[in-house]
Structures are given as structure tokens and as C-alpha cells.
Design a protein around this ligand. Structure first.
Ligand SMILES: Nc1ncnc2c1ncn2[C@@H]1O[C@H](COP(=O)(O)OP(=O)(O)OP(=O)(O)O)[C@@H](O)[C@H]1O
Ligand SMILES: [Mg+2]
Length: 568
């Protein structure tokens, strides 16, 4: 039975609700903020919905904010100041609730005499999980409808709970999520900044688009991999015969994203001419396909990502200031890198580790391991437990296997630099689990009994510090000067041949990663940073640029540094 907390200085709502909604349970009401905080602590995780009054006739001392001095210091009649606080007290309480409970549904019961609400109504309407109900006369039916609607929606949300983007519980990330939720619903463009692998594309696709509540599709364009001469046609479309080679008309992404979200990744790569056209799209909602005589209308929500500093590009004359201003830079959101998330590193590690245990390849290995150790294979929906520490909880569920990260393993991972951020992190954890399982399954003799901890409990998968350092070492890129590369081919015709320095390493994996790194760095420079060309050379596939970029990230190659070297 869903539990509802009523925050109200009087019992009007409580009586009404109890009478008309016997199917819900109503927790003892809270009369002010202090009681609210106590109730939320006491019923942590059990409150499904909050009904919040706005006007509170309570003594001065119970009113928020705790520090009223700044308000009183502005002068005016103190009695009036307190009266205003009473008439808007619910909003102060809401602000406090949101600090700790960003996604708790709250219905704000407003009435005409709640004056301050007028000014706040728009902001509140834009918030996820905050609902306004105008309620001048207590209307049980309207209230019941709204409550049932919200609870049903919440159930659906919980069902689809595994959000693909992990936010964590730090105050900074909760704030970021809330802010992005608000930006997603608005009509203005959204800028997402952040280093590679911080989840910019993921947030645009999985978080902003679904929350924009737009019926049209999500269309993404990576401007860093799109050749300059194709960009205009790709964005705006082409009319048949516009130039030699335009043998048929083609829709651009602006047409495809109509009614939905257009995600322009690496917006810094957009040429100045096209910046002007994009500005027109934002200003007028119109554009002209190449070769067309008429302008077309489009209605898109624009989300752009960049790991360059757009403001600096504006100063350098490489990005139009008018477009920049139109992109709504005041609300730009920066996704933090993994190094900036040291505080919740353990939670992140556990979350990503659980996620990689669900990968098909790792599932197969897990099944083999279980079989070898006389355990039932974990089913596709059986979660593995992940524990960081020296010992694990006592064995409860026989089906449940445990990934145990020794404190030294944890420390190695925590102190690593992670230039490829969460992308690199996830791949590394996946490799870590795979290598551990392969070792356990194929070469059990290599495992020392004490490595298994807890007297060799069969349900434990120990992640050993040795495996972690084997995996991290090759990703610690040596300084460029340590890896001189001598070319054999003089004319560059034969890109596949070059001399590589091989140094002894700690493991074969480390040596081969070092070789691969030298080769890829070299090829990157020879191709002038054109990943598509590298794809052609390596895989016979110009579309494999992304794959190669991922591989280079995984090896810890810093593309930006190479690019500067190639440009300079
Ligand atoms: N917070 C997160 N929660 C879950 N997965 C994440 C998160 N951040 C990143 N990832 C993982 O990292 C991968 C890379 O994320 P994404 O492609 O969105 O990064 P990006 O910032 O767009 O990088 P780039 O600048 O290289 O395009 C995702 O596919 C996902 O697996
Ligand atoms: Mg991206």
C-alpha cells in the first residue's frame, strides 16, 4: 500500500484523504519543517508521495529559513516579514526536501491567497516530480485523480528503474541531475561540456531526450567525424541536381529530427558558415537545403556537446558569438570526470562492476566458473554482489556469487588517472572481470589459497591486485620521447610498416599493448588525425573510426595531445 506524507499545519487534507482514499496509507502528518525532516528520516525510502500545503499558520520560531536576519535586516515591518514567510512557508520546505529527495513526488497545494506562489509557479512546473494543484475549495476528486496518476507513473518508473546513466548520491550529482531535468523540459538549447567518456552522449540520448517529452525522434550527429565538405548536406539536406553528384534529393538531419531532439556532438567542429545557418534555425526555425529555393520549417530541441571551451573559441574568433549566446551558455552543464568523483568512487566501482557482470561474455565465463565450483549458474537476472574489502558478508543465498575487491585492488583503481573517464573505467572493469574469470577457470593452480579469502569459499570471485596492475600498467602511457618510432617506409606509401621499440614488460599483455600503442599513435599522426582513414587502413572500413577511437582511449592514448602535435 503506497504511503503518503501530508505536510500541513491543519488537518483538513488529512481528514479528506482518509475519507476518500482508504486504499492509501497516510503517515502521521508533519506540521512544520522540523517534523518533516524527522518524518523523512524515520520513514526513509517508504514515502511514495508528499502532499504539501503552502500557507502555514505556525509560530515564528518554527518558520524557515532558520536564519531570518538577512530578511529582517532589509528593513520593513518584522510582522509583515513573518506574515510573508507564513504564506510561502511550503516553498521553503520544498527547497529543503529537494536537497535530500530530488525525485520524491510532491504535490504542492496552492490557493489564491498564497501570493508568493505566482512568481514561483513557472519554476515549480518545470521541475520533475513537483506538481501544483490549485485547490481553493478542497476537491477530493481532483486530488485523488492527481495522486493516483502520480503513483501509477511512479510504479512505471520503478519498473524501468535501471537508468543507464549512473548519477550516484553525492550532492553535486543530485543537483546536476535536477538541473538537467529542468533544462530538458524547457525549449532552450542545452550545452553539455565534459572530457571524453564522461557520458555527454549518453545523457543527451537517455536522459534529456526522454524528459523533453517531445514526440519526435532523437537524432545524433558527431561533427568531429563528419568531413567538412559533407557537413552542410548532412545537416540541411540536398536538392537533386544542386551540384554534380547530387543525383537525388536527400533529407538532412534537421528534417529528420523535426519534433524531436537534435544532438550535435563536438559542436566546436562546425565551420563558421554553417554556424550562421544554425543560428537561423535557432532564431527563425527555418533553414534552406542545399540547392533549394524555398526555406523549410523545423522544430527541434537542440542539445550540443563539446569538450572544447566554446567561450575561448569565441574569443579566438573560431566560434560566432551570436550563435554562442543563442545556445544558452548561462545554463551550460559540465559533467565531471572520474577523477573528480573520488568521493563516491566506491559506489561508482560497485555500480559499474555490477553492470559488467551482466555482459554476455562475462555471463558465459561466470557460468563456467560456477559449474567448476559446484554452484548453480547465475541466471540472466541474478545480480552478482560486489564487495570492496577484506572479507565478505556470510553466505546467504546459495545462488549469489560475490565479486570481492581486495583493498589493494581498490586502491590501485582509485588512484589511477582514468583519462578516458567512465568509458575507459567500464572497459577496464569488464576486462578485469574477464581476465580474472579466465584465470580462475583455466589456471586454477595459479591462484593461491589465501587469494580466495574466507577459506576458499566457492561463491567468491577475488579480483587480485596483481590482475589489476597488469591491466592498468599498459594504459599508463609513457612520455612520447620514451617511445621513439623509426620509420622504415620512406615515402609513406606503406603505412603498415614501421619500426617499433619493444621493451620487456611485466606481462605479455603489457608488451603487446605498448606495441599497439606505438603503432596506433604513429598511424594517427600519419593520417593527420583522420580516424576514418585509420579505419580504412586497419579494418578496410572507413566507418570504423569510432571503434578505433575507443581502442585508443582504452590504451590510454591522449588524442588531444597527439592532435596538437599533428597540428603544430
Ligand atoms: N554516469 C555514467 N553512467 C553509466 N555509464 C556511463 C556514465 N558515463 C559514461 N558512461 C559510459 O561511458 C560510455 C561513454 O559515454 P559517452 O559516449 O556518453 O561519453 P562522451 O562524454 O560523449 O564521450 P566523447 O566525448 O568521447 O564522445 C557510455 O557508453 C557508458 O557506457
Ligand atoms: Mg560523445
Amino acid at each position: 500500500m503506497p504511503s503518503i506524507l501530508i505536510i500541513d499545519d491543519e488537518d483538513n487534507y488529512l481528514e479528506l484523504c482518509r475519507r476518500y482514499m482508504p486504499e492509501h496509507s497516510f503517515l502521521p502528518p508533519a506540521r512544520n519543517y522540523r517534523e518533516t525532516a524527522a518524518a523523512l528520516r524515520r520513514y526513509a525510502g517508504q514515502v511514495d508521495l508528499v502532499l504539501l500545503d503552502v500557507h502555514f499558520n505556525i509560530p515564528d520560531a518554527e518558520l524557515l529559513p532558520h536564519d531570518k536576519q538577512p530578511l529582517l535586516a532589509r528593513g520593513g515591518d518584522p510582522a509583515k516579514v513573518f506574515e510573508r514567510l507564513r504564506r510561502s512557508q511550503g516553498l521553503y520546505i520544498l527547497d529543503q526536501i529537494r536537497q535530500s529527495h530530488p525525485d520524491l513526488p510532491v504535490i504542492v497545494m496552492t490557493s489564491r491567497d498564497d501570493l508568493p506562489l505566482e512568481a514561483d509557479a513557472e519554476r515549480l512546473r518545470a521541475e520533475d516530480y513537483t506538481y501544483l494543484l490549485a485547490d481553493d475549495y478542497l476537491d477530493a476528486r481532483a486530488l485523488k485523480l492527481q495522486i493516483d496518476g502520480i503513483l501509477a507513473q511512479r510504479e512505471r518508473h520503478v519498473a524501468a528503474a535501471s537508468e543507464p546513466f549512473y548519477w550516484g548520491n553525492s550532492a553535486a550529482m543530485i543537483g546536476l541531475r535536477r538541473r538537467l531535468g529542468i533544462l530538458a523540459r524547457g525549449r532552450l538549447p542545452v550545452i553539455i561540456q565534459g572530457a571524453t567518456g564522461t557520458g555527454k552522449s549518453l545523457v543527451a540520448r537517455e536522459f534529456i531526450h526522454p524528459r523533453s517529452e517531445r514526440a519526435g525522434p532523437f537524432v545524433a550527429v558527431d561533427l568531429s567525424t563528419l568531413p567538412n565538405d559533407l557537413m552542410a548536406a548532412h545537416l540541411f539536406g540536398v536538392v537533386k541536381g544542386a551540384y554534380t553528384g547530387a543525383t537525388s534529393s536527400r533529407e538532412g538531419v534537421l528534417a529528420r529530427a523535426h519534433g524531436g531532439t537534435l544532438f550535435l556532438d563536438e559542436i566546436g567542429n562546425l565551420g563558421l558558415e554553417l554556424q550562421k545557418s544554425l543560428l537561423l534555425v535557432l532564431q527563425e526555425g527555418t533553414y534552406r537545403p542545399i540547392g533549394a529555393t524555398k526555406e523549410l520549417q523545423t522544430d527541434i530541441k537542440l542539445v550540443v556537446a563539446t569538450n572544447e571551451n566554446l567561450a575561448a573559441m569565441v574569443r579566438a574568433g573560431r566560434f560566432r558569438e551570436d550563435l554562442y549566446m543563442r545556445l544558452n551558455p548561462a545554463t551550460a552543464v559540465t559533467l565531471p570526470g572520474l577523477r573528480e568523483r573520488r568521493d563516491d568512487f566506491q559506489e561508482l566501482l560497485e555500480w559499474f562492476m555490477r553492470r559488467v557482470t551482466a555482459e554476455a561474455y562475462n555471463r558465459d565465463l561466470l557460468a563456467q566458473y560456477a559449474l567448476q565450483r559446484g554452484l548453480p549458474a547465475p541466471g540472466p537476472n541474478d545480480n552478482l554482489a560486489v564487495t570492496v574489502g577484506r572479507s565478505i558478508p556470510p553466505r546467504g543465498d546459495a545462488r549469489r556469487m560475490h565479486v570481492l575487491l581486495h583493498p589493494s585492488s581498490f586502491k590501485l583503481l582509485q588512484e589511477f588517472d582514468w583519462p578516458g573517464n567512465f568509458r575507459q573505467f567500464e572497459m577496464t572493469l569488464s576486462n578485469l572481470l574477464t581476465f580474472t574469470l579466465v584465470d580462475l577457470v583455466d589456471r586454477p593452480e595459479r591462484i593461491e589459497p589465501e587469494d580466495l579469502g574466507e577459506a576458499g569459499r566457492p561463491d567468491i570471485i577475488p579480483i587480485l591486485p596483481r590482475t589489476v596492475s597488469d591491466l592498468l600498467r599498459p594504459m599508463t602511457a609513457p612520455a612520447a620521447s620514451e617511445a621513439p618510432v623509426e620509420e622504415v617506409a620512406a615515402d609513406g606509401a606503406d603505412l603498415a610498416r614501421l619500426a617499433i621499440v619493444v621493451r620487456p614488460g611485466e606481462s605479455l599483455n603489457a608488451v603487446s599493448c605498448a606495441v599497439e600503442r606505438q603503432y596506433l599513435e604513429h598511424l594517427y599522426e600519419r593520417c593527420l588525425g583522420d580516424l576514418g582513414k585509420m579505419g580504412e587502413i586497419l579494418l578496410n572500413d572507413a566507418g570504423a573510426g569510432r571503434k578505433i577511437q575507443l581502442r585508443m582511449n582504452q590504451l590510454g592514448i591522449k588524442l588531444r595531445r597527439l592532435k596538437r602535435r599533428a597540428d603544430g
